[in-house]
Design a protein around this ligand. Structure first.
Ligand SMILES: [Mn+2]
Length: 331
């Protein structure tokens, strides 16, 4: 039970030691403690008091920590808004869950006006990087800001873990510092939630960059060399090499813009893949009017060379431009 500042501090300390005991690293345990501090202070501030419970959870081989905060307070009127960054706890009305969204893998909020609030969140233990995994992917990125400006509003994600590869491309709206800020907020969320389902990553990333101009983003996940999961919001160009056209879908919209919540309707697309196919993602700083036939034999080059060549040939001076290319080393 949490009812005052002393309880909040005690809850934070308990969370830290429970996390360490479960095997979380120091930094992760500190983040979990921070989340619990935020949940505890919300309980006191908005409901006067409430209950915090910790539970070890399992999902197959994985172990995680579940934190539940429950109160009988007035409830949250706008749940979605409470989970967005930029909605701070410093105001008298804000129910700040931005930190919870960013630092926990999963978050679920149930609240009815007048009937209290239940917040359930989980964080999973991540396996240690396994250096012995065979290297099967060749990934290349080429990027530069418009007019060689110092701030690049494009960002990319590249994460390989347990044989699963996740790559992503993010374009912050506009250019310069505000675009960079938006892109980095989304990038940071994706990097810390890389092993979550793609559609959930879109929802969380959208919340994480809601106080910014917003971004467009495409994510491609290869659980194996024969399978691609793909999702995209906005105009990131996606192409696959070879004769077979891969029908990448496009959801119009912007992540982080409060309306109309396009991220909730993101549909995962699943494709069969094969080692000879090259995947290219690029931002709209490059012309989309190109075809593999324009660059004979390019698809057999190393990923880095493909990305560099496309950037050089297709980028326009007036926008940040980024190309990300993935090919299999086995082909
Ligand atoms: Mn752009």
């Amino acid at each position: 039970m949490v009812a005052d500042r002393i309880d909040c501090l005690a809850a934070q300390q308990s969370a830290r030691s429970i996390a360490l005991n479960l095997g979380f690293a120091d930094a992760a345990s500190e983040e979990i403690a921070l989340v619990v501090a935020e949940l505890a202070s919300n309980l006191v501030k908005h409901a006067g008091r409430g209950a915090l419970t910790f539970r070890k959870v399992r999902n197959g081989e994985r172990i995680g920590l579940e934190v539940k905060a429950q109160d009988n307070g007035p409830g949250i009127s706008d749940i979605e808004k409470s989970m967005t960054d930029g909605c701070t706890t410093s105001g008298s009305l804000g129910y700040g869950l931005g930190t919870v969204n960013r630092l926990m893998d999963e978050i679920d909020v149930q609240s009815q006006p007048g009937a209290g609030t239940q917040i359930l969140c989980r964080r999973w233990l991540r396996p240690r990087p396994d250096a012995l995994l065979p290297h099967i992917w060749d990934v290349g990125v080429a990027t530069r800001a418009r007019h060689s400006a110092p701030e690049n509003g494009d960002a990319f994600v590249l994460k390989e873990s347990q044989g699963v590869l996740l790559v992503g491309l993010i374009d912050g709206l506009g250019h310069g510092e505000p675009a960079k800020k938006a892109a980095l907020a989304a990038q940071q969320y994706v990097q810390t939630h890389y092993d979550q389902p793609l559609d959930k990553i879109f929802v969380g990333a959208s919340r994480a960059c809601s106080a910014t101009r917003g971004v467009v983003m495409a994510l491609a996940c290869f659980p194996s060399i024969t399978h691609l999961s793909f999702a995209s919001v906005g105009n990131i160009e996606a192409r696959a090499s070879g004769a077979r056209r891969v029908p990448f879908g496009v959801h119009r919209g912007i992540l982080g813009a409060s309306e109309p919540h396009v991220e909730r309707h993101v549909k995962l697309e699943e494709f069969e893949w094969s080692p000879e196919i090259v995947l290219v993602l690029h931002t709209d700083g490059l012309s989309s009017r190109w075809d593999w036939d324009d660059f004979p034999a390019l698809e057999r080059q190393p990923a880095r060379d493909i990305a560099t060549k496309l950037l050089h040939e297709l980028a326009n001076e007036n926008d940040d431009a980024t190309v990300l290319c993935v090919r299999s080393v086995a082909s």
